[in-house]
Design a protein around this ligand. Structure first.
Ligand SMILES: C[S@@+](CC[C@H](N)C(=O)[O-])C[C@H]1O[C@@H](n2cnc3c(N)ncnc32)[C@H](O)[C@@H]1O
Length: 410
């Protein structure tokens, strides 16, 4: 048979019978996509891996616990043959040929009438990669090409312009704690597609340097606010740029809804009738302690963690934090924006019953090249912050979890 390239096609399998012969690793890898395609899957196999068994238990496939017998492919539109028995594979594949059922064979690509491409998904598109002929088949190479394309589309390093009209609007993107690798895939893609980026001081600022020259990058802290409050001026800038038909990303540190005023911005945009999407981010409240080797919970040590803002002192009438109650909790207390007020906070916690020797860690500029960890106790923390010159941004962790990890990271 002359060697021709395979003809690529997308099978629409909803409600159509697909017969899978063999319930091992190959079936385990292929079944999720067949189920996702809505296929009516019949598995014929005396045994199956625990994952395949779970799919049968969940009613996602029908499993007949027996070996292949002639006639199994009678109603099939498509077949996957993957038993460990070459004779059974050959017999099933001969039946498929006779019945004109396209058939994939795990043991012999040459004898198969169909090949499974390496697939991945991004932005509502399926990327499928096939080698052109059986001799040149190199599954690792096709998988690597698939990964390169899908990853590139996801992280914005491969830009495929959308030809449908892009809706102007705003995306509130949580950028994570600072390390540029800790933004979400969706956040990074939106950033790569933006016309305007309005960024905070905190978050992955290194990513801004990678943006193409036509992207207007605005430092939120530098937006002039004259007769407005700073936040109002930021809201106005978002609205103004979106009204010009631009794609605007509001890049925020951590998660937009953790002390991030995300909802205020979303409400202002909604009032102005501007479409807004919110992309969650990795909050510094968990990731920064983690980066310094501190888990916010630990079995047998802390079954809860509470994240509070320390931007106003406990005796300030604007404070909404119930510090006396927090002093009674046995779990971990994570304080954001608390460096300036830590003396008062520690005093209040001790006054309401928290032991003075409770361990405290301050993690400054977590996940960045300048990350620094300073340890103290509730009793010594105010003095330690002064002598060690701890500066914002820092996450303060109070509780026994501070001492559970090996002190390797600083
Ligand atoms: C206005 S809050 C914003 C929190 C953010 N939305 C989040 O989810 O992480 C700013 C505070 O977050 C903490 N923070 C944010 N990034 C940090 C980092 N990389 N290292 C240490 N603290 C950080 C500090 O306590 C800082 O004062």
């Amino acid at each position: 048979m002359a060697e021709h390239p395979a003809y690529p096609v997308g099978l629409r399998l909803t409600g159509r019978r697909v017969v899978v012969i063999g319930g091992g690793q190959v079936a385990q890898r292929r079944l999720p996509a067949l189920i996702a395609a809505g296929a009516d899957v019949l598995l014929v196999s005396p045994e199956a891996t625990p994952s395949v068994e779970a799919m049968a238990d969940a009613g996602e496939i029908t499993w007949e616990r027996r070996v292949y017998t002639l006639g199994d492919l009678a109603d099939a539109w498509y077949a996957l043959i993957a038993t460990g028995d070459p004779d059974a594979n050959a017999a099933a594949s001969a039946e498929a040929e006779r019945r004109r059922v396209w058939c994939v064979r795990s043991d012999n690509a040459d004898a198969a009438t169909a090949w499974t491409p390496a697939t991945g998904h991004s932005e509502g598109v399926t990327v499928a990669v096939l080698t052109t002929d059986a001799k040149g088949r190199d599954p690792r190479h096709t998988a690597a090409i698939r990964d390169a394309v899908v990853e590139g589309l996801r992280d914005g390093t491969l830009v495929a312009p959308h030809h449908r009209t892009r809706t102007a609007g705003v995306a509130l993107v949580g950028g994570g704690p600072g390390d540029p690798d800790l933004i979400t895939v969706r956040g990074r893609r939106l950033l790569a597609e933006a016309d305007v980026v309005i960024a905070d001081r905190l978050g992955p600022r290194d990513l801004l340097a990678e943006l193409p020259p036509h992207v207007e990058v605005i430092d939120a802290a530098k937006i002039p606010y004259g007769r407005y409050m700073a936040q109002e001026a930021i809201n106005n800038a978002l609205i103004e740029h979106a009204r010009q038909g631009k794609s605007v990303v509001r890049l925020k540190g951590g998660d937009p809804y953790v002390f991030g005023r995300g909802m205020e911005e979303l409400q202002a945009l909604a009032e102005a009738g501007i479409a807004c999407t919110v992309v969650p981010g990795i909050s510094s409240s968990i990731s920064v302690p983690g980066a310094a080797g501190i888990p916010v919970t630990h079995r047998g040590v802390a079954h809860e963690f509470t994240v509070v803002s320390g931007h106003v002192a406990p005796d300030d009438e604007r404070s909404l934090v119930d510090w006396p109650s927090l002093a009674k909790l046995t779990g971990t207390l994570v304080v954001l924006m608390g460096v300036d007020k830590i003396g008062k906070i520690a005093e209040t916690l001790i006054a309401h019953g928290k032991p003075a020797g409770t361990p405290v860690a301050l993690v400054q500029e977590g996940t960045t090249a300048s990350q620094r960890r300073v340890d103290a106790t509730l009793e010594t923390v105010a003095e330690t912050v002064r002598t060690q010159e701890v500066r914002p941004p820092a996450v303060i962790v109070i509780g026994e979890v501070v001492t559970v990890g090996p002190r390797t990271s600083a």
